[in-house]
Design a protein around this ligand. Sequence first.
Ligand code: GLN
Length: 313
Amino acid sequence: LFSSQSPSITNFLDYLYEKYLPLDEGNIYVSEPDIVEIDPNWFSICIVTTDGQFYGVGDVEQSFLIQSISKVFAYGLALEDHGRDYVLKTVDVEPTGDAYNSIIKVEENSKRPYNAMVNTGAIAITNLIKGKSPAHKLNRILKMYQQYIGHPVYVDTGAVVSEQTKGDRNWAISYLLRNFGMISGDIKETLQLYLQQCSVIIDCRDLAIMAATLANNGRNPMTGKQAIDPDYIKDLLSVMFTCGMYDFAGEWAYKVGFPAKSGVGGGILAVVPGVMGIGVFSPPLDKRGNSIRGIKVCEELSHHFRLHIFEPM
Ligand code: GLN
C-alpha cells in the first residue's frame, strides 16, 4: 500500500481532515501572548514514506514551534556526542507517569532524571551538547535539524525571550538538577539553549520528513543524507514509545502502537519503523499538552492501516 503513490492514502487523509476539523476542543499554548496569533483551526496531516513519497492535507506549510518534539533530536545528538553508556548514566529511560514539566521525581530520585522526553531529562540532555561556546552549540543543533529536514531552520527569538521570562518552572528544574549534580555549568546558558532548541520554527511537512528520517534508520528519504548514526535509532524510538506522550504514553502505546513525540506547539511526530513518518499539526491541546486532533488522527491511521507494531501482518 505504501510502496507507490496511492489514492487510498490521499482519500483517507482527506477524510480524516474533514472529520476532525470541526472538533472544537482544547486549549492553545501561546509562547508569546499579544504578539503571535494562533488559529485553533490550523490543521494538517502529512505522511512521508521511507521511499520518499509525500502525502499531505490541510495547512501543510503553516509554521509553528517544534517545542518538546526537539527532545528526541537533542537526545540523538547527545548520544552521538557521548555514546550510550555515558548518556544512560546521566538520564534514565523510565517513564514518569507525570506531567511533562513535573519537578517531583528529580527530588525523589536524586541520581538522574527519569527520561529525555520530559523537561527534567531534556534539560540534562541539552546540558550535554558539545560546543566551544553557546553559539557553537546552537549551531550544531541547527545543523542537526537541517540534516533531518533537508533545509535550514531558524529560532523564533521572541519565543525564547518570552519563555525565559515566564518559565519559572524550567528555572526551578534547572537549579534543582544542578543541586543534585545532574547538570553542571551556567544555568542561564543551558536553559537558553534548551529554549532555543524548543523554539525552532517548522511546518507539518518538515515534521513528517523528520519522522520519516527516523523511520528510515536515520537517512532522510528526500535528500539521502544520514542525519544520525543508525545505531542510535532504537534508543530514540524506544524512549519515544514509552515516554513520548508524557502521562498518556501507556494509553498511546496500547491504542496507537507506534513511537511518537508531541509538543505544545500542536505538533505530533510519529514513526512507523521501516514504513513511514507521520506529522500532524493542530494547536488545541488536551490537559496533558498533547494535540487533540493529533491523537485522533494517529488512532485512526493506526487502525485503518493496521500500523500498531504488535499487530500481526
Ligand atoms: N518550551 C516548552 C517547555 O519547556 C516545551 C514544552 C512542550 O512542548 N511540552 O515548557
